[in-house]
Design a protein. Structure first.
Length: 539
């Protein structure tokens, strides 16, 4: 139960009204908290026509600590209103006895938990309780120092305020047999309702041993182990933040696959250092997830990466949406340097919300991602559109285009490309081009790339100034298509239909507003370019 001191603190740390949202590097159409540290999206829930975004939050500073659940809401996944802290670290600020780590949330519309009263639908959050010290809890259960267990909280006012279920928490005290020794790395519960079996399903991570445990329950309070998954594919770092959800294949009504998403830190995509997010495609019968035979690989180089860039982690899925409208949000940062990026008075933003679908591309079932924003509400009247029959080797100046852009670029493939042969666009460049971020396509390697080596301030981490690639085949008609979202401190690239994505932070000068096309190794044919200027969601 939230006490009076916590209520006071909730108000103290809730209001973002003082923030200008025009500080250097402040994202203009990606969510960031008014102040302080943020990491994993958590508890994503669509309920009563409102999108809830909870997130890991430090109410007391700009680095990781005092883990609590911050909260923001949106009606359209573009414009966000920061709400009071949902779950404040117990004992904050001086004597932390419990921190609220990553989890998930559902609307218990049938009141299976019995937590609803007076006909009110309870919203129920499952989260990892991290206990810094040995203690006996109000439930009478004893926990060890640094133990991680799974607990629940509930809301009876549509998510505005929350009560912890202290009479029984944690509802999952220890990892199951024979993994009890993993109690310090047992976290990140993802819960959903499985209609076919009329059960709640929960996925938790045993992070150090790269294993996921699947549980079921009738009431969200009492859980039974039904299966386990892993280790498979990328295992270079701990496994975290699992998600499990169905998607229709190729828009069909009958053929459905299940996706298991797993965060990995470190050990992300091959050219990155630090965090990454992989996924598996398979089947789920209510108790067991079985990956497709062609979807399990021996090492990192062949894992299915949700994003090939350095700054997409802890991707979380929205409960409460139809399968065909599935939306996911990732943390747009990296544990390699997340605590030292040059932003103030906040640190970290969320990647743009993404609509997920499954399509058969090149004979392979593939996860496809497309930006899911209310574009009509943030596009300005400032647009640029041009077509070139041929762009000669060299560069094509596009002038000062701004710092918040939605770019669509398409061009013909070079069938016999050899040597250095690239085409793309330079964004966030200064007039002298000493600062620039390059996004393009390598015709020989058949890869889209993002080059941030000259992107601005790269001094804070020796790994930051790097180039990242993602595999991308041209479409069946021989065209390469890129969609590029540019914000004040980020670039997100969606290649093809959205089967390849690259997400990276950048920290350029305020004067870095210029853009250019570049073509190397020859001319590039049938180029089409469209640029839409985007407005701030905060002003």
């Amino acid at each position: 139960m939230v006490n009076s001191l916590e209520v006071l603190l909730l108000g103290l740390f809730a209001s973002p009204t003082w923030a200008t949202y025009i500080e250097p590097y402040r994202p203009q159409y990606h969510f960031s908290p008014a102040q302080n540290w943020m990491n994993d999206p958590t508890g994503l829930l669509y309920h009563n026509e409102l999108y809830h975004l909870f997130f890991q939050y430090n109410p007391g500073g700009i680095v990781w600590g005092n883990m609590s659940w911050g909260h923001a809401t949106s009606k359209d996944l573009s414009h966000w209103e920061e709400q009071p802290i949902a779950l404040l670290a117990r004992g904050f600020p001086d004597n932390i006895t419990e921190m609220f780590f990553t989890g998930s949330a559902v609307a218990d519309v049938k009141n299976t938990s019995g937590l609803g009263t007076d006909g009110k639908i309870p919203l129920v959050a499952l989260y990892t309780s991290n206990y810094p010290v040995t203690q006996t809890l109000p439930s009478g259960k004893t926990v060890k120092a640094n133990q991680q267990s799974q607990s629940i909280a509930y809301s009876l006012d549509d998510g505005l305020t929350w009560q912890t279920y202290d009479s029984a928490n944690p509802v999952i005290h220890y990892p199951p047999t024979p993994y009890e020794d993993q109690y310090q790395n047992f976290r990140d519960p993802f819960v959903f309702w499985h209609e076919q079996t009329h059960k709640w399903v929960l996925v938790t991570a045993l992070s150090e041993i790269h294993k996921l445990i699947i549980w079921t329950s009738d009431n969200l309070k009492e859980w039974s182990v039904v299966s386990e998954f892993g280790p498979f594919n990328a295992v270079g770092g701990v496994w975290e933040c699992p998600n499990l959800f169905p998607l229709p294949l190729d828009g069909g009504q009958t053929d459905t696959k299940w996706i298991m998403v797993v965060g990995l830190n470190p050990g992300g995509p091959p050219e990155t250092v630090g965090s990454g997010t992989q996924y598996f495609i398979g089947g789920f019968n209510g108790t067991t997830f079985i990956p497709d035979d062609d979807d399990v690989y021996p090492g990192n180089s062949t894992a299915n990466w949700m994003d090939w860039g350095p700054d997409f982690y802890a991707a979380a899925s929205y409960n409460g949406l139809p399968d065909a409208e599935h939306v996911s949000i990732g943390w747009m940062n990296n544990w390699q340097y997340g605590g030292i990026i040059p932003t103030y008075p906040w640190r970290s933003a969320m990647a743009t919300p993404r609509h997920l679908s499954l399509r058969t591309i090149g004979g392979k079932v593939t996860l496809v991602q497309q930006p899911k924003e209310n574009w009509a509400s943030i596009e300005t009247q400032k647009k640029y559109s041009r077509t070139w029959k041929s762009v000669a080797e060299g560069t094509e100046d596009l002038g000062s285009r701004g710092k918040t852009l939605d770019i669509e670029l398409s061009f013909d493939d070079r069938q016999q490309a050899s040597g250095v042969s690239e085409f793309g666009v330079i964004v966030q460049a200064t007039a002298d081009k000493k600062q620039q971020t390059r996004v393009g396509y390598d015709f020989q390697a058949r890869k889209v790339f993002l080059d941030r080596t000259l992107s601005g301030d790269v001094s804070f981490d020796k790994t930051f100034a790097s180039v990242y690639h993602a595999p991308l085949e041209p479409s069946a008609d021989g065209v390469v298509r890129l969609r590029i979202l540019v914000d004040w401190s980020s670039v997100e690239v969606f290649g093809g239909q959205g089967e390849s994505t690259l997400t990276a932070q950048i920290f350029p000068s305020e004067k870095a507003t210029y853009a250019k096309l570049f073509s190397s190794g020859g001319s590039t044919e049938n180029v089409q370019l469209g640029i839409s200027d985007l407005s701030s969601i905060w002003q």
